[in-house]
Design a protein around this ligand. Structure first.
Ligand code: ATP
Length: 270
């Protein structure tokens, strides 16, 4: 029953080509996750031990989940997706058991990739273990470390974790043999944004006024998720104006809106 909380995607359908930018990160994750799953003998023959766990870190909406799904697709591995904040909240007193069940499931479905999103929810440094909730989170983390330590690097199970807050993680998670490979997933630069726009514009009916390079220049600071939303918003503006195609002017209006929303959000954060 605990496994119900886990969204087991047997076959995710995200491909590397659906991801804009991040070429280096894709290359790296291919080498440390995909290749050992597909061709473990290469590593055995050379006596090389690939990492068991990879940690993706960076701002929200930059493609961490997408990248983990794409690796699973391309490695033909089962994808087991959990959100760490959920096992801490939903299962008071049962976090450790959920973790045990999770790894049992992963071994059963191997080759598999366990994706743990928001790992900081159980993996943050804790100075004081005063409350029972904090002790429970600590036990969940201990179980996770025990599970990671308990399997062999070439066992056909890989763990990918993601966080926006690498700075607060307990160093125990990052020790050799655990999440000892860190891959930064930053906000896209101008080229990355252009590629992300190309991916979403492909499916849209745009007219010649839409200039992808200009869109990329106008959207500094936006994530991939923001760009996707922006494209949808431009589409809505076109619908409201009863336009048959989406024009650069629709995009400009959408950018205006997003900027003012983002600004008011930043003010609230402060
Ligand atoms: P979070 O930290 O909020 O979990 P994340 O980094 O895991 O974010 P994703 O869930 O992968 O982000 O991205 C959210 C959505 O934004 C994706 O489903 C995708 O539609 C879009 N997106 C984000 N980054 C990219 C990218 N590099 N290329 C194409 N689409 C992207």
């Amino acid at each position: 029953p605990l496994v119900r909380s886990m969204e087991v995607v047997e076959k995710p359908n995200v491909r590397y080509q659906d991801i804009g930018g991040l070429e280096q990160q894709i290359q790296e994750i291919k080498e440390v996750v995909e290749l050992p799953l597909k061709r473990p003998e290469l590593f055995k023959d050379l006596g090389i031990i690939p990492p068991k766990g990879v940690l993706l870190y960076g701002p929200p909406g930059t493609g961490k989940t997408m990248l983990a799904k794409a690796v699973a697709t391309e490695s033909k591995a089962a994808f087991i997706h959990v959100v760490a904040s959920e096992f801490a909240q939903k299962f008071v007193g049962e976090g450790a058991r959920v973790v045990r069940d999770l790894f049992e499931l992963a071994r059963k479905k191997a080759p598999s990739i366990v994706f743990i999103d928001e790992i900081d929810a159980i993996g943050a440094k804790r100075i004081d273990l005063g409350t029972s909730g904090e002790r429970e989170v600590q036990r969940t983390l201990m179980q996770l470390l025990a599970e990671i330590d308990g399997f062999q690097p070439l066992d056909n199970v890989k763990i990918i974790a993601a966080t926006n807050r690498v700075d607060i993680l307990d160093p125990a998670l990052l020790r050799p043999g655990r999440f000892d490979r860190l891959i930064e997933i930053p906000l896209p630069d101008v080229n990355g944004r252009e590629q992300i726009f190309r991916i979403y514009l492909q499916r849209m009916k745009i007219d010649d006024s839409v200039k992808v390079n200009e869109l990329a220049l106008l959207t500094d600071g936006l994530s991939g998720a923001d760009i996707k939303n922006l494209c949808t918003e431009a589409g809505y503006i076109a619908i409201r104006e009863e336009s048959k195609t989406i024009t650069m002017s629709h995009f400009r209006k959408a950018i205006e809106r997003l900027r003012s929303k983002k600004l008011s959000r930043d003010v609230i954060d402060r």
